[in-house]
Ligand binder design. Structure first.
Ligand code: ZN
Ligand code: ZN
Length: 111
């Protein structure tokens, strides 16, 4: 599940008619600060929110329809940024995105 704030709103609003978009955005920001939800940017400008923060996973994304899967790439746990490349940055996290074409999109090449 990697929903945009707008998708979170669309799913919640039928059950919570009082809910405003601002509340959804603020709540998501709070959850990110608390580490309950991870913010991921998967190619598009829209941020997505990922409830799977516990184990460090990465993403596999369909470049046609945007379908996203959580993946655990081999070797990613040993990925490092040499000091010379890092400069004076304090590193917080790494995001790796694997791009491909999902099975649905492979079957319908025109879509
Ligand atoms: Zn696809
Ligand atoms: Zn994920």
């Amino acid at each position: 599940m990697h929903l945009t704030a707008e998708e979170v709103y669309d799913r919640a609003s039928p059950r919570l008619p009082e809910l405003s978009r601002a509340t959804v955005y603020n709540t998501l920001n709070e959850l990110v600060k608390l580490g309950e939800v991870a913010e991921v940017s998967l190619g598009s400008r829209t941020k997505r929110y990922d409830p799977q923060t516990a184990q460090g996973h990465q993403h596999l994304v369909c470049e046609r329809c945007g379908a996203t899967r959580d993946v655990h790439p081999a070797g990613a746990d040993r990925l490092t940024l040499p000091t010379a490349e890092r400069g004076r940055f304090k590193l917080n996290r790494v995001e790796i995105v694997f791009w491909g074409v999902c099975s649905n999109c492979v079957r319908s090449p025109d879509a």
